[in-house]
Design a protein around this ligand. Structure first.
Ligand code: NAP
Length: 291
């Protein structure tokens, strides 16, 4: 028999997680604060528990997926005595600090704890695109890897329980950088009466260029190669000059300048410190406000 798993929280994501375990033949027990939302899973073969402690006692692995860490803590703290010897897999989104605090608390209850970040939407869970990063004790991950792989492309990213959440924040930052940048691009095209079809085509062509710049930025920062050299793709000076044109047109067309002015604030710190000729990667040193 495959390893039994309990899932606390059967919202959109929790239900997808439970379905993926069921599809892989794991006996599943689910609990949800609003019981009727768990009923569709019963039709698929899940046992719907009447209480959190009954759900926990049904399995050695307890997957938690509720809206936030406060909700999760309220659930688990209420049944602390039932957690000894269990593996808690916290897949609720949160902060690195929250993950570390939850890990400490779980350890004090005699439970193992893995913290995960889901980088996918519910429809992708159980597939290769269902990327889930997990951090915490490698031994706990390795022991239950086969079970966790039911959820998709599940990867262990570090012993520090805060690592998955940190990478989740990094992914959100990159995603919103692109999405908010595109909001500004759309506003600019609309103000200048440029067909959005042209923007769509340009994006297809420029996306690989931007991807190359981002990969280069990460690699150079890791290698601390901040000074401009023969491999530099573009200096701070080149980026800073181009931004001034974007700021000008933004004000001329009465667009919201908040984004472009925020970029300029970081440039100003780098320029004031004399880094105009450095590689763009030197900008990473000016993202900390204390510098
Ligand atoms: P959702 O559909 O709104 O479900 C929220 C779940 O949390 C429901 O089961 C809800 O129970 C439960 N809940 C909320 N407050 C609670 C409380 N105080 N006590 C007990 N249960 C409580 O949201 P979701 O999309 O499934 O998201 C769940 C988590 O997955 C979040 O942390 C989210 O950031 C993360 N996530 C979601 C996605 C996504 O694409 N949906 C992607 C990545 C990560 P009720 O049914 O009783 O309200």
């Amino acid at each position: 028999m495959k390893t039994p798993v309990s899932v606390l929280g059967t919202g959109r994501m929790g239900s997808a997680l439970a379905r993926a375990f069921i599809k892989n033949g794991h006996p599943i027990t689910v609990w949800n604060r609003t019981p009727h939302k768990a009923e569709p899973l019963a039709a698929l073969g899940a046992t719907v528990a009447e209480s959190v402690d009954r759900a926990i006692s049904a399995s050695g692995i307890v997957v938690v997926n509720v809206s936030d860490y406060d909700a999760s803590a309220a659930l688990l703290h209420g049944v602390a005595g039932t957690l000894r010897g269990k593996l808690i897999v916290e897949l609720t989104s949160g902060t690195p600090q929250g993950a570390r605090g939850a890990a400490e608390w779980a350890k004090a209850q005699g439970a193992n704890y893995l913290d995960g970040a889901i980088l996918a939407t519910p429809n992708l869970i159980g597939s290769a695109q269902g990327v889930i990063l997990v951090s915490g004790p490698l031994a706990a991950f390795t022991a239950h890897k086969d079970t966790l792989l039911s959820l998709g492309n599940v990867r262990h990213v570090g012993e520090d329980p805060g690592t998955a959440s940190t990478l989740d924040g990094a992914a959100l930052s990159q995603m919103w950088g692109g999405l908010f940048g595109t909001l500004h691009a759309i506003a600019l095209c609309e103000a200048e009466k440029v067909d959005l079809a042209a923007l769509a085509q340009q994006w297809t062509e420029s996306a690989p260029v931007i991807e190359g710049l981002i990969s280069d930025l990460i690699a150079r920062t890791k290698a601390k190669r901040f000074a401009g050299d023969e491999q530099t793709l573009s200096s701070i000076s080149a980026h800073h000059g181009a931004l001034q044109h974007l700021i000008e047109i933004t004000h001329m067309r009465n667009l919201d300048p908040a984004l472009v002015e925020a970029y300029d604030e970081v440039f100003k710190r780098a320029v004031a410190a004399g880094h105009l000729d450095d590689d763009f990667a030197a900008m990473t040193r000016f993202m900390q406000r204390s510098l």
